[in-house]
Design a protein around this ligand. Structure first.
Ligand SMILES: NC(=O)c1ccc[n+]([C@@H]2O[C@H](COP(=O)([O-])OP(=O)(O)OC[C@H]3O[C@@H](n4cnc5c(N)ncnc54)[C@H](O)[C@@H]3O)[C@@H](O)[C@H]2O)c1
Length: 467
């Protein structure tokens, strides 16, 4: 198949050829019938978009398509989420209920009925891609979704996988399933991978302002993908294959995890030398080129950073390659909660107290500041370690009035309000997650001891220990 390049009036498409600054679209020279009718529907916004998996990724994307004038149907297997959405309610802190209610008023509905897939012109898959108990990729959510949609596929649809995954998932797992139904990819069904780059809680970027990578199985698939996403995203970056798109997302997250591992190691070195690592990072960040600041913490959390790199590790083994940087960063980051607890034990000891029976208040259980997401949070690991050492542990987090029951952690506690009296009651306040909602001046004034894992306090004080 040949790819022709012709001028387009859509200035939001980035050229693949980085040597020219012309904004051109890449168009398939002999566009087949289904491609033409699909892209026409996309351009005149009569295409019905089906978003599958209405979580942190799928929900903002849904709202963006609706805002840009598309009709969207949401598909999910979680009935409780479907009910909330159809009632105009939100289950994600940073997505206001009014936005859902407005979407519903514009015709948005959510359902568990996958037969609705047949009405959709675009099917966008945003389901989880976790690790299984052997820390290997668990693609079952993706393949289950594809299997649930298969009976309802019809020519003229685009299927886009957004879930983060290893290179080869789209062409090895999704393509054969679709072809088994007798469809030709690139002629009947258009298949792309367009990894999500959502950063929940980051006020500086929204779905539309984060450039979107897109790779297709064939040039016609890519054309359909670029046509779809350029309707809702300011800048679409085409790449040459679904595998390149899959690896792009993994590279981004591996870059983060390795650099966080590096600063966590630097933190331990600086601590031994009695140097404040946060001061050093802030100073280094004044260099206008060649340095990107990453900040240490009590470990890594969230759905992506602790998980995604191991998708590549697993796949690389098939090629006889060990991903040493990923393994090393994983080891350093995984050891962080133990290191923080050792610092806490030492700090209590220096004050004549034992960790056994010490009253410890852990601040922030979410995996990062200002979000209501607790997945893989190192704060939960810290709570477990403290309980294991027989400390008397409580926590405070405005996003979690009660600790949710999790697969790995079952701790029953309710959030302690931050008041001067409450803070003073504890032998130690351990800052795991630095939500903006905490009153840090009040905490500093009243705490007997603060163990600060996030560099909240830049000054030295007798009751503050950095960890
Ligand atoms: N959360 C982030 O910040 C983020 C950022 C970039 C990429 N990602 C990636 O996006 C994907 C989705 O992540 P998320 O954070 O939105 O997950 P999530 O858990 O918030 O949402 C996933 C949704 O999919 C639904 N679901 C599960 N199985 C399903 C099925 N078979 N059919 C239909 N729905 C199903 C769940 O009920 C849930 O509502 C993952 O691959 C993740 O790595 C997430």
């Amino acid at each position: 198949m040949r790819m022709g390049r012709i001028c387009s009036d859509d200035s939001r498409i980035t050229n693949l050829d980085q040597t020219t600054h012309h904004k051109e679209s890449i168009l398939y020279s002999s566009a087949p019938m289904h491609l033409k009718s699909l892209t026409d529907k996309i351009k005149n916004k009569s295409a019905l978009v089906g978003v599958i998996g209405l979580g942190y990724v799928g929900l903002p994307l849904t709202l963006r398509f609706i805002k840009m004038g598309f009709k969207v149907v949401g598909l999910d297997i979680d009935d409780s989420k479907i009910k909330l959405l159809n009632a105009g309610k939100s289950y994600i802190h940073h997505i206001a209920a009014e936005r859902i209610a407005e979407a519903v008023s514009k015709g948005f509905s959510a359902t568990t009925d996958f037969s609705r897939a047949k009405d959709c012109d675009a099917l966008i898959i945003c389901v989880p891609t976790p690790l299984d108990k052997h820390r290997e990729p668990d693609l079952s959510y993706v393949t289950d979704t594809m299997d649930a949609c298969l009976p309802y596929l019809r020519p003229g649809q685009i299927v886009s996988l957004e879930s983060t995954t290893y290179p080869g998932t789209t062409d090895e797992e999704l393509q054969p399933r679709i072809e088994k139904r007798g469809f030709k990819i690139g002629e009947d069904i258009f298949l792309v991978h367009s990894p999500e780059r959502e950063d929940p809680g980051n006020p500086n970027f929204t779905t539309e302002t984060i450039p979107k990578i897109c790779g297709g199985i064939t040039p016609a698939c890519l054309e359909a993908g670029v046509a779809l996403y350029s309707q809702v995203i300011n800048k679409v970056v085409p790449v040459s294959s679904t595998r390149a798109a899959e690896l792009t997302k993994l590279l981004e997250n591996i870059h983060r995890v390795v650099n966080i591992g590096l600063v966590n190691e630097m933190k331990i070195v600086a601590d031994k030398m009695d140097i404040d690592i946060h001061e050093v990072i802030r100073a280094a960040a004044t260099k206008p080129f060649g340095f990107t600041p990453y900040f240490p913490g009590p470990g890594i959390g969230g759905h992506c950073i602790p998980v995604d790199p191991f998708y590549l590790t697993w796949k690389a083994r098939e090629y006889g390659i060990n991903t040493k940087f990923i393994e090393l960063a994983g080891e350093i980051n995984t050891n962080m909660p133990d290191w923080v607890i050792r610092k806490t034990v030492d700090a209590l000891n220096e004050r004549g107290k034992s960790i056994k029976d010490a009253k410890v208040l852990l601040l922030g259980v979410a995996y990062k500041k200002n979000v209501d997401d607790i997945r893989e949070s190192p704060a939960m690991e810290l709570l477990e370690l403290l309980i294991h050492k027989n400390a008397r542990v409580d926590y405070s987090d405005p996003f979690f009035p009660k600790l949710p029951q999790m697969r790995k952690h079952k701790i029953n506690r309710e959030s302690v309000p931050i008041t001067a009296e409450n803070i003073a009651k504890f032998d130690c306040v351990l800052i795991a997650t630095n939500h903006d909602a905490f009153d840090y001046a009040l905490i500093k004034k009243n705490a007997q001891l603060i163990v600060d894992t996030r560099g909240v306090y830049s000054e030295r004080a007798p009751n503050i220990v950095k960890a």
